[in-house]
Design a protein around this ligand. Structure first.
Ligand code: PLP
Length: 379
């Protein structure tokens, strides 16, 4: 089996596994004042400090959560209270659905290349003086398209809007320093860069602790912003994965472009090709061939890739991301290939050969289907 679905979840890094195993042997609850609790607290504090340093926030403003969905939901629910909420059309459901229940959402269009439409954002912000929350992701999970967050931030700054950035697919792959981006908050998820599943964080800009109304108050952990005993093994594994990802950076641009070139030769469209994109992500749409058919064919050949958003896998529907980019019918013909941190050239060569076989078979099938009615008329 060759795993090329890193944007769904990255393989666990050895450093993260080790860190998690050590924490599994730590019996204490980080909130307990005794020796065992203090040992757990020391691990938690160390993880918080490392993550904060890496991404440019004060440790008091790193709120650990169960993952990216919770970090995004907390931002939308807590910051979005009594504000207008402006959400990019290609955001992940973790953001889209967080604002579903009652809050008044204004959707921000994207340009055909998949990047946020800055002119539309500026116009929408100018429409009202009410306080606003703007949600624009750093990198898209389906296409890998990278948004110009610094430009979004400067528009937000002019109007005093709060900018929340879903950086779940970006952390460990492109720079995601909160200060450089100019964001007010940023969501991340450990398993998306090689940590264990079960931990994420909401990072908040500023040197003084930011007060947030929690979704779950519980015992007041995380400075009252997220109650519940912290998942220590997953959290230390997240910190170790972040260190590993940033200390051992990889650049798969060459491998990604080989996949794209081969797919183009088979007649595929590369979604978001004209925009800056993650070096590990290809979103390729083969006209006339349903995503599910491609997935099944490639799975039978031993390659794990995905269609649409893999967080909701099981559901292979048309992609709201590609639809927002104006790709019409192609939205149901796309697959995503996302290279994990441990991918090899041989994996990519094997995938390209399998993709070419699949595309040849599928186009032979669709030309037979087109010939069949004519044959029948002749009979
Ligand atoms: N945001 C983006 C862009 C994602 O791709 C995902 C998952 O794929 C999430 C948020 C949700 O993260 P998690 O799976 O950690 O809840």
């Amino acid at each position: 089996m060759i795993y090329l679905d890193a944007n769904a979840t990255e393989p666990l890094r050895p450093e993260s596994r080790l860190a998690a195993l050590e924490a599994l042997d730590c019996v204490g609850n980080p909130s307990s004042p005794h020796k065992a609790g203090r040992a757990a607290r020391a691990l938690l504090d160390d993880a918080r400090k490392r993550v904060s340093t890496r991404l440019g926030v004060h440790p008091d403003n790193c709120v650990f959560t169960s993952g990216g969905t919770e970090a995004n939901t907390l931002a939308v629910k807590a910051v979005g209270r009594n504000r207008r909420i402006l959400i990019g059309a290609t955001e992940h459901d973790a953001v889209r659905k967080a604002a579903d229940d009652g809050e008044l959402v204004e959707w921000l269009p994207v340009l055909p290349d998949g990047t946020i439409d800055l002119a539309a954002l500026e116009k929408t912000l100018a429409r009202s003086e009410a306080a606003a929350l703007v949600c624009v992701m750093l990198a898209n999970n389906e296409t890998g398209v990278i948004n110009p967050i610094e430009d979004v931030a400067s528009l937000c700054r002019k109007t005093g809007a709060w900018l929340h950035v879903d950086a779940v697919q970006a952390v460990g792959r492109v720079s995601a320093d909160i200060g450089t981006l100019g964001a007010d908050s940023l969501a991340l998820s450990g398993h998306k860069f090689g940590g264990m599943k079960g931990a994420g964080a909401l990072l908040l800009a500023g040197d003084a602790p930011v007060v947030l109304h929690p979704m779950q108050a519980g015992g007041g952990q995380e400075r009252g912003r997220r109650g519940g005993t912290q998942a220590l093994p997953a959290i230390v594994s997240l910190a170790a994965a972040l260190d590993a990802a940033l200390d051992q950076p990889v650049d798969f641009t060459g491998l990604r472009d080989r996949i794209n070139a081969a797919a183009s030769c088979c007649g595929a469209t590369i979604c978001g090709e004209d925009a800056p994109r993650l070096h590990n992500t290809s979103c390729i749409a083969l006209p006339g061939v349903r995503s599910e058919a491609q997935l099944i064919a490639l799975d039978l050949e031993g390659f794990c890739v995905s269609a649409g958003s893999a967080c909701s896998s099981g559901k292979v529907g048309g992609s709201h991301v590609l639809a927002a980019m104006g790709l019409g019918d192609l939205a149901g013909n796309a697959i995503r290939v996302s290279l994990p941190w441990n991918v090899t050239e041989a994996d990519v060569s094997g995938f390209i050969a399998a993709y070419e076989r699949m595309a040849r078979r599928q186009s032979a099938r669709s030309s037979r289907a087109q010939i069949a009615p004519a044959d029948q008329i002749g009979m």
